[in-house]
Write a protein that binds this ligand. Structure first.
Ligand SMILES: O=P(O)(O)OC[C@H]1O[C@H](O)[C@H](O)[C@@H](O)[C@@H]1O
Length: 338
């Protein structure tokens, strides 16, 4: 279609269908309403106008029928990052139906930005933990989550807003707390070529989840996945605590190497990733073969780890505490620089 936002309710096996944002440049984003999960972002690189290239990695083994979280793209982990709390891994936002609050329709052909917003509100399912069977830990607070997606010719902006909209149901003295991440699976033609730097990363401390949660200092500049995995004695799963305040404002540079478009093997694809200060942490994740064999298992393509790297803005260590009426906004802008 021409530029705009479309809701395709019957498309694909995922309940709730898909939302598609199309930019007049040919760039496009697709997400499922299940989890407000971005499953595709296609865009050309500056100076290489055609054809648009898929930017995100999706596992071909991922369940897309709503029976399990989707593997790949950009899952939203909320209100819990990974296993740091009583909920199942990464919480429930990636497993529930979101509403599209932007009316679908065309955008002006010269619109620099195409925008869509989705929303998830607390429900009996989230309050009682019945979003999973058998039921899991209740999350008794009233909340609204809003997810705004802005597509430009060469960038994708994501903004997650958490609002505590009521009094706690169960215990008035306990405030709403959450951890979170935007679990972005970038596609690479060859994970050995991936390089990551900037954002105060060099010298930052990180928790090495593959090495008994050891706290370490990052010396690599830039970070490459293979030596990092070797150092950690397995795969790469690191929670970095961003230095604050000044260096955190600097964007990160993620170079996913050459060959992404399959046609120009010599040209490297590079992103500038700008996380707002509301995200105190970021995660670098590539499960390697060890991860595939272990608990990251069955929905991961056998060689999938060779084609992806996750760079995730996160609240992973100290939870955000929200009083009734409180709001938190975290954004991330991914710009294609080459
Ligand atoms: O397997 P998933 O639930 O999708 O989680 C995938 C990964 O997410 C984050 O990157 C965590 O740091 C990892 O420990 C976890 O394995």
């Amino acid at each position: 279609m021409a530029a705009g936002v479309e809701l395709r309710e019957d498309e694909g096996p995922t309940p709730g269908g898909r939302v598609r944002l199309t930019h007049s440049s040919g760039a496009a984003v697709e997400l499922t309403r299940f989890g407000a999960h971005i499953v595709s972002w296609t865009a050309a690189a500056p100076g290489r106008p055609h054809p648009p290239i898929e930017r995100l990695w999706m596992s071909s083994l991922s369940a897309l029928d709503g029976t399990a979280p989707i593997r790949g793209g950009i899952p939203i982990a909320w209100p819990q990052f990974a296993d740091v709390g009583p909920l199942p891994l990464h919480g429930f936002a990636r497993e529930l139906q979101w509403a599209l609050v932007t009316p679908p329709g065309p955008a002006p052909a010269d619109a620099a930005t195409v925008r869509a917003e989705l929303q998830l509100s607390s429900s009996a399912q989230t309050k009682e933990g019945t979003w999973r069977r058998p039921a899991v830990a209740p999350f008794p607070w009233d909340f609204t989550l809003r997810y705004a997606i802005e597509l430009c010719e060469e960038s994708l902006s994501l903004e997650l807003t958490v609002a505590h909209v009521g009094a706690p149901v169960a215990s008035p003295s306990v405030p709403l707390q959450f951890t979170a991440c935007l679990h972005t699976y970038f596609r690479t033609a060859d994970y050995e070529q991936v390089r990551l730097e900037g954002g105060g990363m060099c010298g930052a401390s990180f928790i090495d989840k593959v090495d008994s949660l050891a706290r370490k200092l990052e010396h690599a500049h830039p970070l490459s996945l293979v030596p990092a995995a070797t150092e950690s004695g397995g795969y790469v799963d690191r929670v970095y605590m961003r230095p604050s305040p000044a260096p955190a404002l600097a964007p990160m540079l993620l170079d996913v190497g050459a060959g992404l478009d399959g046609a120009t093997p010599a040209v490297r694809s590079v992103y500038e990733v700008r996380m707002s200060d509301a995200w105190p942490d970021f995660v670098v994740f590539n499960p390697g073969l060890d991860g595939k064999r272990g608990d990251k298992g069955p929905d991961f393509d056998d060689d999938g780890y060779k084609s992806m790297v996750c760079l995730e803005p996160a609240v992973a260590v100290a939870p955000v505490v929200l009083r009734p009426g409180g709001e938190w906004v975290g954004s991330c802008v991914i710009r294609i620089v080459a």
